[in-house]
Write a protein of this length. Structure first.
Length: 276
């Protein structure tokens, strides 16, 4: 059966690929088989991947909110926009979980011009700048022009010392992070130029998806028991990760949730982060 991707491309439906993504949600094999059966019954020639996703999400939510939340990860990261400000904070949290010191949204004077830097991180006396490229559309990709441009900024900044974590810090590395993907040319140029890349699926064994699954770094936008407005209120309070709700549940009172709602949100959050 032919299906239509977000990009408009027409491809053959891959049942195994959908099953694999459903199993990663944490749902049991029996539940996944039942969901696949229900989806296949409703499918038709030319159905969009967006419609398939909606069906899968709805059916997963019936098994457990946390399964739907985990399945919803990529969309949840997209919801950290539209300006990308909260995406930058989220990326800082990811690096902080790997024992980096972090600062966000800082202006530094390069050799030639002033630069606004999204995130700066420090570990083992090495300081890296991180440029975040947030895309609203799922099919958008960061092409070779992105690392070419950021390399020029990095070269301008590394020529001088800066007051970042200490008074005389030097920037020695540069990362580019996107919520979508990089084109092949962008990857090749970054490798050749010594730039580090991080995207939804790159590097293959240590990307945004795997980092979330390994360290339970799910953004609050994953949660199915909160409305979009409530998620936005948490982001404004600087509550970026689901695990931060578990550790500081009073933030749920601050955004006006009832005791019963708080109980439901905490249940989903603890299941999502595998807390016992």
């Amino acid at each position: 059966m032919k299906i239509i991707k977000h990009s408009g491309d027409i491809v053959e439906f891959n049942s195994d690929k959908l099953k694999k993504s459903l199993l990663k949600s944490g749902a049991s094999a029996i539940a996944v088989d039942n969901i696949l059966y229900a989806i296949k019954k409703q499918m038709y020639e030319g159905i969009s991947t967006k419609q398939i996703y909606k069906m899968a999400f709805s059916l997963l939510k019936k098994t457990a909110n946390s399964h739907a939340a985990r399945y919803n990860l990529r969309e949840a990261i997209r919801l950290l926009g539209p300006a990308g400000f909260f995406f930058e904070k989220y990326i800082a949290r990811l690096f902080a979980s790997e024992q980096y010191q972090t600062v966000t949204n800082i202006s530094l004077q390069g050799k030639c011009v002033l630069h606004e830097i999204d995130v700066l991180v420090k570990r083992n006396e090495q300081i890296s700048m991180i440029e975040c490229k947030y895309h609203v559309g799922r099919e958008a990709a960061s092409d070779v022009k992105v690392p070419m441009y950021i390399l020029s900024r990095f070269n301008d900044l590394k020529e001088r010392q800066h007051s970042i974590f200490e008074k005389k810090d030097s920037i020695s590395n540069c990362w580019i992070v996107t919520n979508n993907r990089f084109t092949t040319d962008a990857v090749d140029f970054a490798k050749c130029s010594g730039l580090s890349l991080l995207s939804w699926n790159y590097p293959e064994d240590n990307n945004l998806k795997t980092k979330n699954d390994t360290h339970y770094l799910y953004p609050v936008t994953c949660l199915t028991t909160l409305s979009i407005a409530e998620k936005d209120k948490l982001l404004i309070l600087d509550v970026i990760l689901v695990k931060e709700i578990i550790n500081h549940s009073d933030c749920l009172e601050k955004i006006g949730l009832s005791p019963n709602r708080i109980k439901n949100v905490l249940k989903e959050a603890t299941e999502l982060c595998s807390y016992i």
